[in-house]
Design a protein around this ligand. Structure first.
Ligand code: ZN
Ligand code: ZN
Length: 386
């Protein structure tokens, strides 16, 4: 099996150049309606071929060949492939095979047309005109590659469009070609391409699929039901893509009508457990997510509070220790001051005692000296000369 999205070596073949030129020429040629004007027949041709070929793409290329969502006869499958080929979106086996790749690798680097991988313009139109994917890999679609008429139609996929253009010419001349094969085709292309571009960007998501698919009423109306793309990615094998009555799905209504007259059969529908329990599951998943987030926040808050508390406790212990240290230091300093004061007091007392003793000694000496002096004075004076 080749890798259909291999980007290494895009080869511009003559066919690539031809198809790219035709793509641009049909766009430019459609502008001639401004000179040709419009009649009710032109509008009928444009709208009729749009609706018919959109059905060929959605109910044929997509729901039947890519997804086998219903069964039909060999002749009607060829009719579906023929109508799909009239839309000028390359061969049926090429398209359906690559679409299977899209589902297998949705919104991953291996997806051919993921707007999240290579931008919305590439998802819209780049992938289909790019030479990267020109080859048809029949290994991707062996269940239909076994029909030689389909392989032939896949190779000569431009034949139905040519027949259509000739039919338009036969009906209404050049105006018929411009309106039927030109304007109608341009509208059809961009209508179909929205499924690969906008349906992965714009709309709501009912199911938590692994890709970015979305449901969108407007795109569902433009594409006859393909806009319920999130439903489709959730359960791709269903013949209906609108899962509920209010999800308008014109292709499915036509398939239902065809099944009533026996042209198609065994339309696959999503089983009940795929629809509603999934809704409940999504709701409970959301609830679980919210609960988990709340629990995480709570745990974080608790942890933060506990850590603050521990810090506060530590700070209190530190403050207490510091206060005790200061107190001890103060006590020590006071004791020192007291000892010094006591020393000084003792010294002072000693000095007082010494001074007192010295004074007493001096006093005693003075008294003695005085007494001596008194005694000497009182003694009779010695007679001189006798
Ligand atoms: Zn998709
Ligand atoms: Zn699909």
């Amino acid at each position: 099996m080749t890798v259909p999205h291999d980007r290494s070596a895009p080869r511009f073949t003559a066919l690539t150049v031809l198809s790219l030129s035709a793509f641009i020429a049909i766009h430019l040629g459609s502008l001639s309606v401004f000179w040709l004007g419009v009649t009710s027949r032109d509008v009928a041709l444009c709208v009729g071929l749009y609706v018919l070929r959109m059905f060929g793409i959605t109910a044929g290329y997509h729901r039947y060949f890519a997804h086998r969502s219903y069964k039909t006869s060999r002749w009607f499958q060829f009719v579906l492939a023929w109508i799909g080929s009239m839309s000028i979106q390359k061969g049926v086996l090429w398209w359906a095979g690559l679409h299977r790749v899209h589902h297998r690798w949705s919104d991953t680097p291996r997806d051919l047309h993921s707007p999240t991988q290579r931008g919305i313009l590439y998802a819209h139109v780049g992938w289909i005109v790019s030479p990267e994917h020109d080859e048809t890999d029949l290994a991707l679609i062996p269940d239909f590659a076994k029909y030689p008429e389909l392989v032939w139609l896949n190779t000569y996929h431009w034949v139905p469009a040519l027949v259509m253009a000739l039919g338009c010419y036969a009906l209404d001349g050049a105006r018929g070609v411009v309106w039927g094969a030109g304007v109608s085709t341009v509208l059809l292309w961009h209508g179909t391409f929205t499924i690969n571009s906008l349906s992965h960007v714009w709309g709501s998501r009912r199911y938590e699929t692994t890709d970015t698919s979305r449901n969108n009423l407007l795109l569902a109306l433009i594409t006859l039901g393909e806009g319920w793309h999130n439903n489709h990615h959730h359960y791709m094998n269903s013949a209906n893509q609108g899962f509920f009555w209010w999800e308008i799905d014109v292709s499915y209504y036509v398939l239902r009508a065809l099944s009533l007259v026996g042209v198609v059969r065994d339309l696959r529908k999503p089983p009940a457990h795929v629809l509603t329990p999934r809704l409940a599951e999504v709701a409970s998943q959301k609830l679980a997510t919210v609960r988990a987030a709340a629990e995480t926040k709570l745990a974080e808050a608790r942890e933060a509070a506990e850590s603050k508390l521990a810090e506060a406790r530590e700070a209190v212990v530190e403050a207490k220790t510091a206060a005790e240290t200061k107190l001890a230091e103060a006590r020590e300093a006071a004791a020192e001051v007291k000892a010094v004061a006591e020393g000084k007091l003792a010294e002072a007392r000693e000095a007082v005692v010494e001074a007192k003793t010295a004074a007493e000694t001096k006093l005693a000496e003075a008294r003695e000296t005085l007494e001596q002096a008194v005694d000497e004075a009182a003694a009779p004076a010695p007679t001189t000369g006798t």
